[in-house]
Design a protein around this ligand. Structure first.
Ligand SMILES: [Zn+2]
Ligand SMILES: [Zn+2]
Length: 263
């Protein structure tokens, strides 16, 4: 029974992916909707209140938005009190100017990010980016940027996965925020080992020098305010290294926006 449901859910998600990614003919879409009505991206339940591929009310309740009090620099949330710089930022200011995330990397958020990255539920990029911007409207302010830059994958990793989740998220944010998205400026020159299980210091060392600016693209970032986009921020080592690289090429300010952050 479980496997029958799984096969149906996998098939259904493939159709949702297909419908949302390629903008199928309206007639074909109505036909598909009739037999396979829009279902929640996370739990798979079909419902009248759902728009295509959206996250249902029940699953939304399992996402934990990040809201003040938080660190004004890195966006680390506090359990109580007023917003103030966190001890980590007091000790060493990050290379970026400002970082915010939509929600905590726990519960349904982990499922959602894993489904997007490892199970190719690419329609989740749209839902999660929309949800994150909703948290921005409700809880904090996102300063205006000139250009949006997704955190790049190394070409070998990109070939393996077939897509860069940060670019998928970035494209949605770019459209909603009316900021141009340029995935060709920042490149990942070194395929570093995974960061999982490494300490904060080791993570920083691991990604040191991993990013470069494409040849002759420095002029595109010089003096600009950039919005760096990624799916999850753990210790911030990756986005810090990206920000360092962009600032070395003359970027004026680098803001960071992620869907989730580890507590
Ligand atoms: Zn659901
Ligand atoms: Zn901080």
């Amino acid at each position: 029974m479980f496997y029958a449901f799984k096969i149906f859910f996998d098939f259904h998600s493939s159709i949702v992916n297909l419908k949302s990614s390629f903008g199928v003919n309206p007639f074909v879409k109505r036909f598909l909707d009739f037999f396979l009505p829009p279902a929640c991206s996370l739990c798979g339940r079909a419902g009248a209140e759902l728009v295509e591929g959206a996250i249902c009310f029940n699953c939304r309740k399992l996402l934990f938005p990040i809201h003040p009090p938080l660190c004004p620099h890195c966006g680390r949330p506090f359990a109580a009190g007023d917003s103030h710089p966190c001890s980590r930022c007091m000790e060493r200011m990050p290379n970026y100017d400002f970082a915010r995330a939509g929600g905590l990397y726990r519960n349904a958020m982990i499922t959602a990010i894993h489904s997007l990255k490892y199970r190719e539920r690419i329609h989740l990029a749209k839902d999660l980016a929309g949800w994150t911007l909703q948290q921005c409207e409700d809880y904090w302010f996102l300063p205006k940027a000139d250009m949006l830059i997704p955190v790049p994958l190394h070409p070998r990793r990109l070939k393996e996965r077939g897509f860069n989740q940060s670019l998928l998220i970035g494209r949605v944010l770019s459209e909603k925020l009316s900021i141009p998205c340029n995935p060709f400026i920042l490149i990942r020159a070194i395929d570093t080992p995974p960061q999982v299980g490494l300490s904060e210091e080791k993570r920083r060392m691991n990604v040191r020098g991993a990013f470069e600016i494409s040849r002759k693209k420095e002029s595109l970032v010089a003096g600009k305010t950039l919005l760096l986009v990624d799916d999850v921020m753990t210790t911030g080592a990756t986005v810090e290294e990206c920000a360092r690289t962009l600032k070395n090429s003359g970027a004026e300010k680098v803001y960071v926006l992620t869907i989730a952050r580890v507590e």
